[in-house]
Structures are given as structure tokens and as C-alpha cells.
Design a protein. Structure first.
Length: 451
């Protein structure tokens, strides 16, 4: 795409920034609710390690495939063609279909009674959830001008800590209540164990959200101005390769940060239960509350700082926010799981909620700003492919592999968390630090075109 074409593509966004932002903010909040639902569906697995392992007779490593590999296989690979479709078709309908699919497949996990069926259902959850983020990123970038993007992106990203927190709080309570009841005989479904009932309870309400998506989400009016000249996938890849230092910095740094965040989501409950003696309900309440409260605070803070730096003309907002967050996460991750003082361990452990993926809105806001509007769906999908292959593909399994093959003790999971957290946060910070100049130059170029 030429510089002239890129500048022309940016102009609708600038015009959109002068329109009323009431409806766009309403859409952002609703998209955040959808992201919350998706993270409840994907995070609940962390509370179900013990019963699933017992019923299916699997190891920690095989369980990690359910939280990482099974989800990431088609979440990432289908995301790229879906990003291509998002640049050409109705993002509203794509999101609606995705919500319906992941909700049904989550409920389908409750029908699985052998490992391969549960694995297949988790793959299906990944297919459905692959639609949400690329379409949401593209929609939000169309609705808000660059100097106002970090906050709505951060509000959308609040669905991560809110969903993860609610999954733990509600999931823990539901699991304990259902466990007391035991196996129930449901109509049509038949005998259902407590962990299977949990999937049915959290999955089926998502169908209502899919119906609401059809009614609430609308495409920005100016989108038709660029609907007849969409770049091909080859052109998008060529554009990204021409700016590979920018896109590699954005995707690889976030992927490395996600290694510990996603891995922690999968194994934090087991850490509290094995090391600190928490019950399932207690671990869910502790993790959920800290993630919900501190995660929302971390997201709001990151978005506010990011937009403030952008309005001041700063081109280093990403590194100015991301690196301090990474350092904070590194301290909590490296010390919290292994310090022998219980109250300090739990305090630092809770502190991860403030830093864990809560600055992703600033990262994604930067991604949308450096990308021409007609390419945003496909670029977002490639970005998510990279971050999730690294974060989801490696995180849960890296932690449990350390437990199984390095420390050889289930109760050494705290050392595994500290090891993986220290390495991933250090590498992510270095990538972001060395790539900050390339991002600043690209933002300067985009700002010149849009002026």
C-alpha cells in the first residue's frame, strides 16, 4: 500500500473522532462483556485440575494441553482467515457467530467423559473465541482517533482480569456447591459429574450474549468508504515484513509476557491448594478477588497513562507503560511463589493481578495506530497468532513441564512459576526495550501522514 493510500485510509478515523463517542463507548463496554465471558470459559479450567485429573487419569502435563495446546491450535490458525474475512465482511456477524460457537463448545466440555472428547471441545472453544479480538480491535480503532484509543482498548482488555477473576470467584463457589451435591442425572445428558456441570452452567448463557451482539453492534458509517479496496493477504504480509521490527516488537514482547500470565491462570489455583493448603473455593475467591480488583485498576491506569503520553506527543508510550509493568510482574512472579513467609507470598502473588496483561490495551492501541485501517483485521489476527502461539502454546506447559521434569514434585509448582515468570518477563522486557525506537519512528511517520 502506498503512503498516499495509507494517508487516505486514515482519514475516516480522524473524522470519526469528531463524532459523538457515546455509542462507541457503549459498544466498547459490551465487547468487554463478551471478552469477560470468553475468559470465564477459558480460565475455569484452572480450578478443575484435581477432579479432571482424577476422573480422566491424566498427568499435569496432559492437563496442560487442555489449557494451552488444545485451545491454541485453532484459536491461532483460524484467526488469520477470520481476520481476512473481518476486513471484508460484517464484524458484527462474525462476533455473533463466534460467541455462539465458543459457548456451545464450552457446554460441550460438560458432555465429555474421555480425554480426547474434552480436548476436542477445547479446540472448538478456541475456534469460536478466535473471532472476537481481531474484530473488536478493528471496530474500536474505527470508532476512536489515535489520541483516544488507549483507554477504550484498555477498557476492552479489562475483560481479561474481570473474566479471569469472575471465573475464579464464581467458579470456586459453584464447584464447592456442586461437589456437595455430587453426580446428578440430567435429562437427555444423563449422569453428570460436578466438573462437567460447571461447564454446562457457564457455557449455555453465552447464547444470550450472541443474540445481544446482533442487536447492539453496528459497523461505523464511514466503513463503506474503504470497502471496495481491501488488500490481499499477500499484501498485508508484505507490509508487515516491511515494518517487521515494529510488528515483531509488539507481538513477541506481548507473547512473552503472556507466557507467565496464561500459565499462571492455569496453575495459580493448584499452587494455592498444594503449597498454601487452600480449598478450591478459597483459592478461587483469593485469586478472583485480587485479579478482579487489581486487574481493573491496572488496566485503567495503563490506558490513562498511554493516552496522556500520546496527547503530549510522546512516541515511547508503549515502552514507558509496558516495561514498568513487566518489571512489577517480574518481582511478583519471581519472589511471590517461593518466598517462605506466607503473608508476603500471598501479597506478592495477589500483586500479579495488577500487572498481568493489564497493559495489553496500550500494546493493541499502538498496533492499530501503526496499521492502515483496511489491514487491521488481518494484522490483528497475525498479531494474535504470534502472541498466543507463544503465550498459550508455551505458558501452561512450560510451568507443568518444569514441575514434572526439573523439580519432579507436584508441590514444587511455586518454583516452576518463579522460573518461568523470571525468564519470560526478562526476555519480554528486552524485546520491548530494543524495539522501542522502531515503534517511535513508525508512530512519527503515521502522525505526519494524518496531520
Amino acid at each position: 500500500m502506498s503512503v498516499a493510500a495509507e494517508a487516505e485510509a486514515a482519514s475516516p478515523v480522524a473524522r470519526a473522532g469528531r463524532d459523538s463517542l457515546i455509542y462507541p463507548w457503549f459498544v466498547v463496554v459490551f465487547l468487554m462483556v463478551l471478552l469477560t465471558s470468553s475468559f470465564i470459559d477459558r480460565t475455569i479450567m484452572g480450578l478443575l485440575v484435581k477432579p479432571i485429573r482424577a476422573d480422566l487419569a491424566i498427568s499435569d502435563t496432559k492437563f496442560s494441553y487442555l489449557t494451552g495446546l488444545a485451545f491454541v491450535i485453532l484459536y491461532t490458525t483460524t484467526g488469520i482467515p477470520l481476520g481476512w474475512v473481518a476486513d471484508r465482511w460484517s464484524r458484527r456477524l462474525l462476533i455473533t457467530g463466534g460467541v455462539a460457537v465458543w459457548s456451545l463448545m464450552t457446554a460441550g466440555c460438560g458432555l465429555a467423559n474421555v480425554y480426547w472428547r474434552l480436548f476436542a471441545s477445547r479446540v472448538g472453544v478456541g475456534i469460536g473465541e478466535a473471532t472476537l479480538s481481531p474484530c473488536s480491535y478493528s471496530l474500536i480503532a474505527d470508532y476512536f482517533p489515535p489520541e483516544r484509543r488507549a483507554r477504550p482498548m484498555s477498557v476492552f482488555a479489562m475483560g481479561i482480569p474481570i473474566g479471569s477473576g469472575l471465573a475464579m470467584i464464581i467458579g470456586g463457589a459453584v464447584i464447592e456447591a456442586i461437589t456437595k451435591i455430587g453426580t446428578v442425572d440430567l435429562p437427555v445428558v444423563g449422569p453428570t459429574k460436578p466438573w462437567q456441570s460447571v461447564f454446562l452452567i457457564i457455557g449455555l448463557p453465552g447464547i444470550l450474549l450472541a443474540l445481544l451482539a446482533v442487536l447492539i453492534i453496528r459497523e461505523p458509517p464511514h466503513r463503506k468508504l474503504r470497502a471496495d479496496a481491501q488488500p490481499s493477504f499477500t499484501e498485508v504480509v508484505a507490509f508487515m515484513w516491511g515494518h517487521r521490527d515494529v510488528y515483531a516488537t509488539l507481538a513477541v514482547s506481548m507473547g512473552l509476557f503472556a507466557v507467565f500470565s496464561y500459565g499462571g491462570n492455569a496453575w495459580f489455583p493448584s499452587f494455592l491448594q498444594r503449597v498454601h493448603g487452600f480449598s478450591q473455593g478459597q483459592s478461587g475467591l483469593f485469586i478472583g478477588t485480587s485479579t478482579l480488583v487489581l486487574g481493573v485498576l491496572g488496566s485503567i491506569t495503563a490506558g490513562w497513562i498511554g493516552d496522556r503520553l500520546t496527547r503530549q506527543g510522546r512516541r515511547d508510550g508503549l515502552s514507558a507503560v509496558g516495561i514498568p509493568y513487566a518489571v512489577g510482574m517480574m518481582i511478583c512472579a519471581a519472589i511471590g511463589p517461593i518466598v517462605p513467609i506466607p503473608w508476603l507470598s500471598l501479597t506478592l502473588f495477589a500483586g500479579t493481578g495488577f500487572f498481568s496483561l493489564t497493559w495489553v490495551g496500550v500494546n493493541v492501541s499502538t498496533l492499530q495506530t501503526v496499521t492502515p485501517p483496511p489491514m487491521r483485521g488481518q494484522v490483528s489476527a497475525i498479531y494474535l497468532f504470534t502472541t498466543n502461539m507463544i503465550g498459550l502454546g508455551l505458558g501452561p506447559t512450560a510451568i507443568t513441564a518444569s514441575t514434572d521434569y526439573i523439580f519432579h514434585d507436584d508441590h514444587a509448582i511455586g518454583f516452576s512459576l518463579a522460573l518461568v515468570g523470571s525468564i519470560s518477563m526478562t526476555l519480554g522486557s528486552l524485546v520491548l526495550w530494543f524495539g522501542r525506537g522502531a515503534i517511535a519512528r513508525r508512530l512519527t511517520a503515521v502522525g505526519t501522514l494524518a496531520a
